[in-house]
Design a protein around this ligand. Structure first.
Ligand SMILES: Cc1cc2nc3c(=O)[nH]c(=O)nc-3n(C[C@H](O)[C@H](O)[C@H](O)COP(=O)(O)OP(=O)(O)OC[C@H]3O[C@@H](n4cnc5c(N)ncnc54)[C@H](O)[C@@H]3O)c2cc1C
Length: 345
């Protein structure tokens, strides 16, 4: 029977961080099992590489330097972040050092390339399948399983997944002249999709259906207002120029309560949802109830969550609540709560 003190599920940025922070706390390498089907830096490394970041380089650097076991200082020059601290970058730039850290960890940490379907709580430990024949057990499990975009398949329209819409080269292959494309949402991803479509320079109509008005992040000396929900950097600049000042003819914006909403939606032949993300599911057996606590990361006995699927709930100085999503934010949250999980407070 294989038994591990810690099972980390997911090898996106949050899973890499979880393994790194456990090592930083002195948890023995051999007591950790790390599972992911690809070990390719999660969705960040496989789906969002060509998306411009909404984070400045200085925060990515802080993220890489805050976990000692990453040894970022010894990262080869061609894999290190190159841009200046105040600049933003394409997400592939942060994927590169994280892939390097992953490879180093895989040399010393027990790992399995697979997808874990379910976890069963048995008295004091978690049972899971390593293969069809073999079960293994862990005292503690960290879920770093990421989130999926919320999207509804509309059979009457050609549905373009967000992952494609956020990649200009792949998007170009899905769009034809005279297309009428509905884009739902008004957050960072939605605006990036509008920008990508607009910059294809094709004879198309883009109709943006939105529920919430455009929201911009505002830097105050001690905090950033709408840090997680507001538009930032180049995306914010583009939205101000093209959606607030001189709306180009090919773009139309319609509030979902507008009387023309249903009709306009019917007129479109392609649809892209950019309306948010939901935590991936994993089947939990053997416990009647377990719920993620957004201040401690605890989901159940010996079961914890981190990353985009399990972010910290914070309040800004005006009392507005939002989920804190971003690599450096995951770092700060885990730094705070991991001692609680490990029980060394
Ligand atoms: C479009 C977009 C842009 C973003 N831009 C930024 C940015 O600029 N700056 C920033 O800091 N953050 C950004 N983020 C937020 C965040 O950093 C990323 O979403 C990041 O990928 C989250 O990391 P994660 O490890 O939580 O999840 P993921 O990257 O999704 O990784 C989860 C991993 O878990 C694996 N997994 C899931 N279920 C199982 C299972 N049952 N068994 C085994 N493995 C499993 C998956 O295969 C995957 O490899 C962005 C997010 C999006 C969507």
């Amino acid at each position: 029977m294989k038994f591990f003190k810690w099972l980390v599920i997911g090898a996106g940025p949050a899973g890499i961080l979880a393994v790194g922070k456990l090592l930083d706390l002195g948890i023995p390498e051999k007591s950790i099992l790390w599972v992911d089907p690809h070990f390719a830096v999660g969705d960040l490394g496989t789906k969002w590489k060509n998306v411009p970041s909404n984070t400045k380089i200085k925060f990515f650097k802080k993220f890489l330097n805050s976990t000692k076991s990453f040894h970022y200082k010894s990262c080869p020059k061609n894999k290190k972040l190159k841009k200046k601290p105040e600049e933003t970058c394409f997400l592939k730039e942060i994927v590169s050092p994280l892939q390097w850290v992953t490879k180093k960890f895989l040399k010393k940490i027990n790992h399995e390339k697979k997808y874990i379907q379910s976890l069963r709580f048995k008295k004091t430990k978690w049972e899971f399948e390593i293969s069809k024949e073999e079960k293994a057990y862990a005292e503690n499990v960290i879920l770093a399983i990421g989130s999926d975009p919320i999207q509804k398949k509309d059979l009457k329209k050609k549905f373009i997944p967000l992952e494609i819409a956020l990649n200009p080269i792949k998007l170009r292959k899905k769009i034809k002249s005279k297309d009428k494309i509905a884009v739902l949402g008004s957050s960072h991803s939605a605006i990036l999709v509008l920008k990508n479509l607009y910059e294809l320079n094709l004879d198309i109509k883009i109709i943006n259906f939105y529920r919430n008005p455009l929201k911009f992040a505002v830097e105050f000396p001690s905090f950033i207002l709408h840090d997680n929900t507001g538009l930032k950097g180049t995306t914010a600049y583009w939205a101000k120029q093209k959606l607030l000042k001189n709306i180009p003819e090919k773009i139309e914006r319609i509030h979902i309560q507008d009387p023309t909403f249903k009709n306009k939606l019917k007129q479109s032949n392609k649809i892209i949802y950019a309306i948010g993300f939901q935590a991936r599911k994993i089947t939990i057996k053997g416990l009647k109830k377990c719920k993620y606590h957004p201040k401690t990361g605890i989901i159940g006995p010996g079961l914890f969550g981190i990353g985009i699927a399990f972010p910290e709930l914070i309040s800004d100085p005006f009392g507005q609540k939002e989920y804190n999503v971003g690599l450096y934010k995951f770092n700060n949250y885990l730094q705070k709560i991991l001692p609680l999980w490990v029980g060394v407070l």
